[in-house]
Design a protein around this ligand. Structure first.
Ligand SMILES: [Zn+2]
Ligand SMILES: [Zn+2]
Length: 123
């Protein structure tokens, strides 16, 4: 049991006689209380690592913003796709309405025949 604790504990790099289980959030160097720079981003071994973290946060933020910008056009494309489908159906309906009556009769007969075949298959 004691060995486990020993393994877990590291010694501060700057103060080799001080055991610590705190590590820098950026470079993972063991740091003692005195060497720890506590920030809203976590604990760091120094300003360099803190700034490194801030910079990487900034990169992540920029990437997220780019993704957000991409999402708008993608939604628009999807909506446009649906609008086109609906427009196509509406156009089809209008075309049907403007067909000569004889065509209607013929179409209705063909559909009735098709419907009978479909329903008949389940009887
Ligand atoms: Zn560090
Ligand atoms: Zn230290």
């Amino acid at each position: 049991m004691a060995r486990k604790v020993e393994q877990r504990l590291s010694f501060c790099l700057a103060h080799q006689d001080r055991p610590t289980d705190t590590r820098c959030a950026a470079c993972l160097k063991p740091i003692c209380e005195e060497c720890t720079l506590t920030t809203e981003e976590g604990k760091f071994c120094g300003n360099d690592c803190y700034e490194k973290r801030l910079k990487s946060n900034e990169r992540v933020r920029v990437l997220k913003e780019e993704e957000e910008r991409e999402r708008g056009p993608r939604m628009m494309r999807m909506l446009m796709g649906w609008a086109l489908k609906i427009l196509f159906l509406v156009a089809l309906y209008f075309v049907y309405q403007h067909l000569p009556v004889t065509w209607h009769k013929w179409l209705n007969k063909s559909f009735a025949g098709l419907w009978k075949t479909v329903t008949g298959a389940f009887k």
